[in-house]
Design a protein around this ligand. Structure first.
Ligand code: UDX
Length: 446
């Protein structure tokens, strides 16, 4: 089967490499000539663990090809997976311009019957609309069946998620196209859910926004823990032991970021508005997250007062570890707040420095290591829980900083350990309580 992937962004590249890895012949198409030239020279434009090697290996074995020529990409395709981006419009809704363009390219270039699967996150009803666009513009007599096949890949573990996903969702009113797409994934042995296209489109939005809600919920509980003397780690553990709740996505912190949760919550909110429905929880999820991104900064202001002129280290810039993606990253809000206060900001991240430099230029300084960033600092903030940041020795904070005042947005250290090292430590939802509390909680704490 000839598979074409339309769009060499994050999802397109990971999917192309993984499908080639399991033996398919894959052509990945993108209009961006520079990107395609880079890929053909063996350079992967995104940072994703294991991806560069997987792409090189499959290009070497002639299972994976990259092109910017739409005719080469589509004329022999049996199945086309659309993975182009659906960025956010000013009103919060998803912009499907790239999907429409891909549909026209496909229509103009296909020479035979084809199954088209939309993997991009798209508003409800898009699959049906795109099928009509392709059929209206394609050579008469061709059978084109469009189905919904949303992706659930997490940045930083996209390859793992492709091979070990919890489910493959196929939303289709066409048996043949559904069968073709199911066959592509068959070697992965992942459970498949068949449904209609609209429900498949909704599953993607509902899943992402539910996870975002889980994070905002636990962040609110953490804030209440701060005020009431409870420990969010024990609370999360205790909640997660209930199988109905599940123990994932219960890590309180400095708020969610990235290319999906912020965008998808707003898009679903907007979709609800268009249907005259007030999706109250979603609005709260977003507002809580906006507030949470400021939580460390507020705590720092309360504790350290005027931050003007104070050397302040920001550790971790990407929206989460193992990616260089800084879209909607909490670090950016924090840096802006600190700059507004006149703080002297120095940042460090293992891979995302270049992107941050493009945004802030010489307004902040860039350290080449954690040691360099915290040297003589009066405050330090942990924003992203990269392994090297999580495992960084506490004694070094004590030795290198002018005043060891550490704000941890990811609860990387045990409160007790920081106390032992003489560090003034502020984390999220753990107001100086022992790690493992064995007795009953004091009732007067409330
Ligand atoms: C998400 C979805 O998980 C994936 O299925 C979807 O298709 C794309 O969007 P991604 O944005 O790459 O993936 O990362 P994810 O691991 O889900 O984390 C999103 C954000 O939530 C990060 O900022 C992370 O730090 C935050 N998070 C996650 C928490 O704050 N607490 C948690 O317990 C889990």
């Amino acid at each position: 089967m000839n598979i074409t992937i339309a769009g060499a962004g994050y999802v397109g590249l990971v999917t192309s490499a993984c499908l080639a890895e399991i033996g398919h012949i894959v052509i990945c198409f993108d209009k961006d000539t520079e990107k395609i030239e880079d890929l053909n020279r063996g350079w992967c434009p995104i940072f994703e663990p294991g991806l560069q090697e997987m792409i090189s290996r499959n290009m070497g074995e002639e299972r994976l090809f990259f092109t910017d020529q739409a005719n080469l990409a589509y004329e022999d395709a049996d199945c086309i997976l659309i993975t182009v981006g659906t960025p956010q419009r000013a009103d919060g809704s998803a912009d499907t311009t790239n999907i429409d363009q891909a549909a026209l390219d496909i229509a103009e270039n296909i020479q035979k019957d084809v199954a088209v699967a939309i993997k991009s996150t798209v508003p409800i009803g898009t699959n049906e609309r795109i099928e009509a666009v392709i059929l209206d513009n394609a050579m008469p007599g061709l059978t084109v069946e469009v189905i919904s096949n949303p992706e659930f890949l997490r940045e930083g573990s996209g390859i793992y998620d492709t091979f070990h996903g919890d489910r493959i969702v196929i939303g289709s009113s066409h048996e043949r196209a559904a069968r073709i797409v199911e066959e592509i994934y068959q070697p992965l042995a992942i459970p498949v859910l068949h449904t209609d296209p609209r429900s498949a489109e909704m599953i993607k939005y509902a899943s992402n926004t539910f996870l975002a809600a889980k994070i905002s919920f636990i962040n609110e509980i953490a804030n209440l823990c701060d005020l009431s003397g409870a420990n969010i780690e024990d609370v999360s553990t205790g909640m997660g032991m209930d199988k109905r709740i599940g123990n994932q996505f219960l890590n309180a912190g400095i708020g969610y970021g990235g290319s999906c949760f912020p965008k998808d919550t707003q898009a679903l909110e907007q979709m609800a508005r268009q249907n005259d429905y007030d999706f109250k929880i979603l609005r709260a999820v977003r507002e809580v997250n906006d507030r949470q991104k400021q939580t460390l900064y507020r705590k720092a202001k309360n504790l350290a007062g005027n931050l003007s002129g104070k050397r302040t280290a920001v550790l971790g810039l990407s929206f989460k570890p193992n990616t260089d993606d800084i879209r909607e990253a909490p670090s950016l809000d924090l840096i802006r707040d600190l700059l507004d206060e006149g703080a002297d900001v120095v940042v460090y991240d293992p891979v995302a420095m270049e992107k941050v430099q493009r945004l802030f230029g010489d307004k902040i300084s860039y350290a080449s290591s954690i040691d360099e960033a915290i040297e003589r600092a009066e405050l330090a903030f942990i924003v992203t829980e990269w392994k090297e940041i999580k495992e960084f020795s506490l004694s070094k904070y004590r030795e290198s900083m002018k005043t060891p005042l550490l704000f941890d947005g990811r609860n990387c250290y045990s409160v007790k350990e920081t106390e032992k090292h003489g560090i003034q430590y502020v984390s999220v939802g753990r107001p100086g309580v022992p790690d493992t509390y064995t007795g009953s909680r004091p009732t007067d704490a409330f």
